[in-house]
Design a protein around this ligand. Structure first.
Ligand code: MN
Length: 230
């Protein structure tokens, strides 16, 4: 029963994607239980930050338009999106033109999280308190669901807010401070063009190269770099 429910959780993810054309992972649910989180910078039509927390064998996901802030006075709009497979937390690369969410995806932060209240209750009630242990984001946050309005057209709007603690900072905007991948050290431009940063360690380079090889296999003809909107 729990299994069927979780497969349903990924139905929307599956329906939106053509896995013959996108290098994104398939809608497979992982069995391992963990407490990972990932924030992916995603230059789709508009650049945003996808905030994903492992729960129930999937990644609960929100698109944070302006990105997370460490300033407790900043309430960042976080639009809930479809649950993603756990494997997605390791995805960095380019979603091809014409596919859902086309554009480069960077692993901007990753780590583990812990609930500060019952997560199922928090998600249901729209008051979800969490503590992050990441490279760039640490400390306590709350996700608060806003009252639904007709103009939301069924979208669930939440607010991501930093709580006051030792990691909070007035005016601190980590998304402006850090613009490289915590996984590969690459910038969005390097991810988009498949370039390997020259300063990387041998180990990191090898990882990056084997990943681009995979991307080439999935997509034989390399397309010219997409024009940047900004
Ligand atoms: Mn996205």
């Amino acid at each position: 029963m729990a299994r069927a429910k979780a497969d349903d959780l990924l139905a929307a993810y599956k329906a939106k994607r053509d896995f013959g054309k996108t290098p994104e992972p398939g809608a497979k649910r992982a069995r391992a239980k963990g407490n990972s989180f990932v924030i992916q910078k995603h230059a789709a039509r508009r650049t945003h930050f996808d905030f994903r927390l492992e729960h129930d064998g999937v990644l609960k996901s929100w698109a944070v338009t302006k990105g997370p802030s460490l300033d407790p006075s900043q309430k960042r709009l976080a639009v809930m999106t479809e649950d993603h497979p756990l494997e997605y937390g390791g995805f960095e690369g380019v979603i091809p033109k014409g596919q859902y969410g086309a554009g480069p995806v960077m692993i901007w932060d990753k780590g583990t999280w812990e609930p500060l209240n019952d997560p199922d209750e928090g998600l249901a009630k729209g008051d979800f308190k969490i503590r992050l242990h990441g490279h760039r984001l640490n400390g306590d946050f709350v996700l608060v669901r806003m009252k639904p309005r007709p103009q939301d057209r069924g979208k669930q709007n939440w607010l991501l807010i930093k709580k006051r603690d030792e990691y909070a900072g007035d005016g601190d905007e980590p998304t402006q401070e850090f613009d490289t991948s915590v996984k590969s050290g690459r910038t969005m431009e390097e991810i988009e063009t498949g370039d390997v940063p020259i300063w990387n360690s041998d180990k990191a380079q090898k990882k990056t190269q084997s990943r681009s090889k995979r991307a080439v296999t999935a997509k034989p003809a390399r397309k010219p770099a997409r024009k940047k909107a900004r």
